[in-house]
Design a protein around this ligand. Structure first.
Ligand SMILES: Cc1ncc(COP(=O)(O)OP(=O)(O)O)c(N)n1
Ligand SMILES: Cc1ncsc1CCOP(=O)(O)O
Ligand SMILES: [Mg+2]
Length: 215
């Protein structure tokens, strides 16, 4: 798939699944989690592994990238540009403490999707200026999945995000109970850890989230 096709997929499928470390994923391995997510019909998967060595991550991510490519699933690497390039990821997601999008672009080239985490209006403007393809925006709600998460986004930043020119992927504390409220506010893309890989039956979880968006 081309970069444009990946971005289209990101804009048309509201569900963006993030694989956490094993403790956020009921002890599953990342490869098992990826297999189950693909079976559940997820089309955007981010690899977010904070504990393993580079070589362990490289081995897993290379296998997951192949699985994703075989199933036309967009595979995004969190944090690490070198791992993303090495494993053949379709995209890279960087936070405010990671390499800036300008540097990621220089290293990874024009064909890779770049996502940047944002919490404020200034960060969204900077991500756009730096050549990001989408922004992660949050936390929308309090979350236990990220120890150093920012404060929940302000109403002003939400309003800006709803009119922003880049695709906005909301994140942070999104659940079956509150995803509908974000949809009603106008948001169309939802990245989740605990609401998907934190559930025993991920197929049912994804289906319930999709149903909640239709309700
Ligand atoms: C889609 C999406 N949005 C935001 C984040 C958070 O990234 P970051 O701020 O770098 O924090 P970590 O995930 O690395 O702890 C994300 N991963 N994905
Ligand atoms: C990675 C990240 N970035 C901002 S909040 C968050 C955690 C998202 O996890 P959950 O969906 O379980 O709240
Ligand atoms: Mg990061």
């Amino acid at each position: 798939m081309t970069k444009e096709e990946h971005i289209r997929q990101l804009m048309s499928d509201p569900i963006y699944a993030i694989m956490g470390n094993a403790e956020l994923s009921l002890g599953r391995s990342n490869i098992d989690a990826a297999r189950q997510l693909i079976e559940a019909g997820v089309t955007i998967i981010q690899y977010r592994e904070k504990h393993k060595t580079w070589r362990e991550k490289y081995a897993e991510a290379t296998a997951i990238a192949k699985l994703c490519h075989d199933h036309k699933v967009t595979f995004i690497m969190n944090d690490s540009v070198d791992l993303a390039i090495a494993c053949g990821a379709d995209g890279i997601h960087v936070g405010q403490d990671d390499a800036p999008a300008t540097v990621v672009r220089r290293l990874a080239g024009p064909d890779v999707v770049i996502g940047v985490s944002t919490n404020t209006i200034d960060e969204m403007k900077q991500a756009l200026a730096d050549g990001a393809d989408y922004v992660g925006f949050g936390p929308m709600f309090p979350t236990a999945s990220k120890k150093d998460a920012h404060e929940v986004v302000s109403d002003e930043a939400k309003h800006f995000a709803l009119h922003f020119s880049l695709p906005v992927v909301t994140i942070g504390g999104i659940s079956l109970e509150n995803i509908g409220s974000l949809y009603k506010e106008g948001f169309r893309s939802f990245a989740m850890i605990s609401a998907i890989v934190g559930k025993e039956d991920m197929t049912a979880a994804v289906q319930e989230l999709r149903n909640a968006l239709k309700a």
